[in-house]
Design a protein around this ligand. Structure first.
Ligand code: DAH
Length: 328
């Protein structure tokens, strides 16, 4: 056994690559290897010597196994020795934080506004942005000769189809398939071929409101818009109504809101139009205008967002520069 172990160990010392190591393993530790043969030949050993020889055989086997494992480990090291050094990575350093996105400031504004009106019992309605002339004009009591229908002031797709120029279209679409009472708000995009500057865009957002029931008055309109402005801008804001004209409301008004500058001065900002729904509009959707009255309003969403966040140029909102958008 000792001779065998010595021979095996000597040979192993001369092994310098994994192929030679594998040959050595087969020779000594393989299924037909020298250790296996020694074990098989235990039967030839006289009975009294068997325990001692058996023990020696086992020790040989264990010794050669661990010698093999050690050599394998050493060879492994030598194989990686010549490789170029891996870059040193400190896995304990904090990782790169992914940038998390969030809702666009206009979307946030719409959500905030809808939330306030929802508390007052308004549900949210939507209408198509590609609209027909009927819903954008005729049904809203805007006659065919009206200047607002000028092709130069609208994005027509063909003679009767256009990009809606106002969310008032949704008033008609909702009333067409609802029996009163109706109490909705309709946020969304509208399109007008305006020259782009700090306060104008060819696309912007409005929020329309409509409340039709028995006995709805202008006082309801006044208090609803005043409460909304206080909820959205703060309790110290004041609102005022100025007489105005819209074909689909009678009487009509424009709503202004009073803001205070840091230096103590005040200024009014126009938020949008409103009024009592014109009887012609109610009759068009087959509502009995003797029985029902209603109010409507349409407010500019960009204008509100810009006031609230002190944004000075509407173009920032649509340029998708994340350095700007991240601020909100
Ligand atoms: N649609 C009007 C516009 O875009 C705004 C408006 C005025 C909406 C009066 C209304 C309203 O509902 O009653 O200029």
């Amino acid at each position: 056994m000792q001779a065998l172990q010595k021979q095996a160990t000597n040979e192993l010392a001369g092994v310098s690559d994994s192929e030679a190591l594998e040959a050595w393993r087969i020779k000594y530790l393989g299924t037909k290897g020298r250790v296996k043969t020694a074990i098989q030949r235990l039967g030839e050993v006289p009975k009294k010597d068997k325990p001692a020889v058996g023990k020696a055989t086992n020790e040989l086997k264990t010794a050669l196994r661990s010698a093999f494992d050690a050599r394998l480990g050493a060879l492994g090291d030598s194989r990686t020795k010549d490789r170029p050094a891996a870059p040193e990575v400190d896995i304990t350093l904090p990782g790169n934080k992914p940038t998390i996105g969030h809702l666009h400031v206009i979307t946030q504004t719409i959500n905030d506004i809808c939330e306030i009106f929802a508390r007052m019992g308004f549900t949210v309605a939507y209408g198509p942005e590609v609209e027909d002339e009927y819903h954008n004009f005729d049904a809203l009591n805007i006659p065919s000769h009206h200047p607002a229908r000028d092709p130069l002031d609208n994005f027509y797709i063909d003679e009767k189809v256009m990009l809606r120029s106002q969310t008032s279209t949704v008033q008609i679409r909702v009333m067409e398939n609802t029996t009163p009472p109706v109490r909705i708000i309709a946020p969304g995009r509208v399109y007008r071929p305006d020259t782009v500057d700090a306060t104008h865009s060819f696309m912007f957002h409005q929020i329309e409101g409509l409340y039709v029931d028995q006995g709805v008055t202008m006082a309801d309109l006044r208090i609803t818009l005043d409460q909304f402005c206080k909820a959205y801008f703060g309790h110290n804001v004041a609102t005022r109504f100025r007489p105005s004209f819209f074909p689909f409301t009678e009487p009509s008004a424009e709503v202004d809101i009073l803001f205070h500058r840091g230096d103590g001065t005040e200024y009014w900002v126009e938020l949008g139009g409103c009024g009592m729904v014109h009887p012609n509009v109610l009759e068009t959707v087959e509502y009995d205008s003797e029985k029902y009255t209603g109010f409507a309003f349409g407010l500019g969403i960009e204008r509100m967002a810009m006031r609230k966040h002190n944004i000075t140029d509407i173009r920032y909102l649509f340029e998708s520069d994340v350095r700007f958008l991240h601020q909100f």
